[in-house]
Design a protein around this ligand. Structure first.
Ligand code: MIG
Length: 653
């Protein structure tokens, strides 16, 4: 690598937007500490782009372990270490970063499209444990007028963590709850885990055994792992028959009215294997009554610590892929991919007209066609908010457009200020979900003193949906990114190339999120003239025009700020308390223009799938005529003219 080369990509990975100076390993891993020294997280995204004298993209298509040493060992050397010599290597050349990415995205296929309601605010927690508790959450939102479109069911809705079962005691009438919430325009989204509990009489277990649909051990017996319910088998989702079978299980919940699912623990996460436990017990017995010295003590300690997600365990079970037996570790990164594909294929075959919300924790490039991802068990730390900001463009490069992090942070106790700042960024991520771990402080919007501030931030999200949805759909249909680094838009601007804490969001705006405790302002670099929009709520706005260059911007805790590029059109809808209530026709156009400008807008019903129909497109024009602005909207050969009162459009004259 040359000194000035920048490296982008690797999707779900730690560290900054420019990935130089560290190494990243593709091996899907359940790890709830996304700290700087970690080489792997839940997803395996083997794609990167180099920007320099020569620019190109590289995709290493290999389902086992791959290491990318991006100048960590030797700063001028980029090394790729693939475990076996049976991989496909794609090198993509095009003149710009955006074009390289577009070519790559064409190669890997169109990104997943969720139903439009999945752009609404979503509330989760591990767990809302009963029908009463879920109702209570819904009531809080609706009574306090905090917008919401979905509430999540974490593992406790199940009967003893058995996939596709529902607890009789805590959710005796789930179907009715689903209907009730639907009346309030709230969708329930249950979790599905990878491991299937071993239990006589449990139909999923029995069918899997009967048909040989589980992964097997060395002796051909179903492989036993320990996860939530204790002993489980892993459905062999790499086997097409088993995949269809597992996917068809989702139908029972769908038939009750469920329209969204999240797939968890599908790296697959493993607490222990039977062998692992046996060896541990043996070694404990061996030291019984002995004097533990430094070596023996730390050996014991490591044995406990290394039980989870152990490589030896991943090397000890097998898949049956069309009659070929394949050891799991060699195709490890395709497990979550195929679990999610299982659901998606069954949905597509059975409900071809329906969009269903689906996202996964583990992933591999290609899975972006079937579903989105969330970024797993982050922490309620300011540094994890920055990680979320820096990860979004990398995920987009790898095709994962429908994505987001647990807002507020999953592990540890969040604080009011952190969740407010996190929400102020989260309003831009397609998946906007507040989720937190069992035992942590409650972090629903109504748990805070500044509930009014939070309500307004979520309200701004709904105002943004017309723009976000338009940009999301265009990004999907044209193989573009929704979030991208400034360097991709301003490649010749050496300052822009170094920006790590601002992002472009779609074609018209740039954001400069707040991610530092107690900060009430920050420096922002503007690569061109921009219009600063301050929002206390969708309606309470202020504007100021800024010249290209460096500026210090005040950002009080109760304001969202964003920047509209000069001569680009941005627009806001009205507040609503759910996506179906959004008025997508009446928009407020916001721009700073010194020439005639236009914007191609996409919109549809959010449910059906004829994405390419011309009726979904309209063109918005802003023209300066006779000393006033005209706004023109053109759709299906109809043109609507409007003289503009000039409130939100700025001109330099
Ligand atoms: O080991 O289902 O990432 O979102 O709340 C924890 C309980 C298992 C991990 C998921 C998290 C979820 C949690 N799960």
């Amino acid at each position: 690598m040359k000194e000035e080369d920048l490296v982008y990509g690797f999707g779900e990975a730690v560290r900054g937007i420019n990935k130089r100076g560290f190494s990243y390993e593709s091996f899907c891993l359940d790890d709830d500490m996304h700290t700087e020294q970690k080489h792997s997280l839940y997803g395996a995204h083997n794609f990167f782009m180099v920007s320099g004298e020569e620019s190109f993209g590289v995709f290493v298509d290999y389902p086992g372990r791959v290491r990318f040493d991006v100048g960590e060992t030797v700063s001028s050397k980029f090394m790729i270490i693939v475990e076996e010599f049976c991989f496909d290597l794609y090198i993509i050349e095009a003149p710009t970063m955006k074009e390289i990415n577009r070519e790559f995205r064409k190669l890997i296929g169109r990104s997943y499209i969720p139903p439009k309601w999945a752009f609404g605010y979503q509330q989760s927690r591990w767990s809302y444990k009963s029908e009463e508790e879920v109702r209570e959450v819904a009531t809080h939102f609706r009574e306090k007028h905090i917008p919401i479109d979905a509430i999540y069911l974490d593992i406790d809705y199940m009967d003893h963590f058995k996939d596709f079962t529902v607890s009789n005691t805590n959710f005796p009438n789930l179907q009715q709850l689903i209907e009730e919430l639907k009346q309030q325009r709230i969708n329930l989204v249950p979790i599905i885990d990878a491991g299937v509990k071993m239990e006589e009489g449990y139909s999923v277990y029995e069918e899997g055994i009967r048909n040989g649909y589980f992964c097997t051990d060395e002796n051909g017996e179903p492989f036993v792992a320990g996860v939530w319910p204790g002993k489980v088998h892993f459905p062999d989702v790499l086997n097409p028959d088993a995949r269809t079978w597992f996917g068809s299980q989702y139908k029972s919940l769908y038939d009750m009215g469920i329209e969204g699912f999240w797939n968890d623990m599908n790296e697959p996460a493993m607490f222990y294997s039977l062998d692992g436990i046996a060896q541990l017990i043996e070694s404990i017995e061996n030291v019984k009554g002995k004097n533990l010295d430094m070596d023996t003590f730390f050996q014991m300690k490591d044995k406990f610590a290394n039980m989870m997600n152990n490589l030896t365990d991943y090397q000890s079970f097998y898949h049956n892929v069309n009659g070929v037996r394949i050891r799991h570790d060699k195709v490890h990164n395709l497990y979550g991919f195929n679990m999610t594909r299982a659901a998606k294929e069954v949905f597509d075959n059975n409900y071809p007209e329906k969009r269903i919300l689906l996202f996964s924790r583990a992933s591999y490039i290609g899975m972006h066609r079937y579903a989105g991802i969330w970024t797993g068990d982050n922490r309620s730390w300011w540094s994890q908010l920055l990680l979320n900001i820096q990860m979004m463009p990398a995920l987009n490069m790898c095709g994962f457009l429908y994505s987001g992090a647990d807002i507020g942070g999953f592990g540890d106790n969040t604080t009011e200020e952190l969740i407010i700042r996190w929400m102020q960024f989260g309003i831009f991520t397609p998946l906007m979900r507040n989720h937190s771990a069992a035992g942590t402080r409650r972090q629903e919007p109504y748990a805070w003193e500044k509930i009014d501030v939070i309500r307004k931030i979520i309200g701004i999200r709904y105002g943004l949906i017309p723009y976000l949805y338009s940009e999301y759909m265009k990004a999907v249909l044209n193989n573009e990114m929704l979030f991208y680094p400034l360097a991709f838009e301003y490649p010749d601007d050496s300052r822009a190339r170094g920006v790590e804490n601002q992002l472009m969001v779609g074609e018209s705006i740039m954001i400069a999120p707040m991610y530092i405790q107690n900060a009430r302002g920050r420096y922002v670099y503007l690569p061109e003239d921009m219009l600063l929009v301050r929002l206390k709520s969708v309606k309470e706005r202020e504007y100021s025009m800024y010249k290209k260059g460096d500026h210090y911007i005040d950002v009080p805790l109760d304001e969202v700020v964003l920047f509209v590029r000069k001569n680009h059109i941005f627009f806001l809808g009205n507040e609503a308390e759910s996506v179906p209530e959004l008025d997508s026709e009446n928009l407020e156009i916001i721009a700073w223009a010194d020439e005639d400008i236009s914007y191609q807008r996409y919109d549809d019903d959010g449910e059906t799938k004829k994405y390419r129909a011309s009726e979904h497109y309209s063109t918005i024009w802003v023209e300066w005529e006779n000393n006033q602005y005209d706004i023109k909207v053109q759709k299906d050969n109809n043109t609507i003219f409007k003289h503009y009162d000039g409130q939100n459009i700025f001109h330099p004259f």
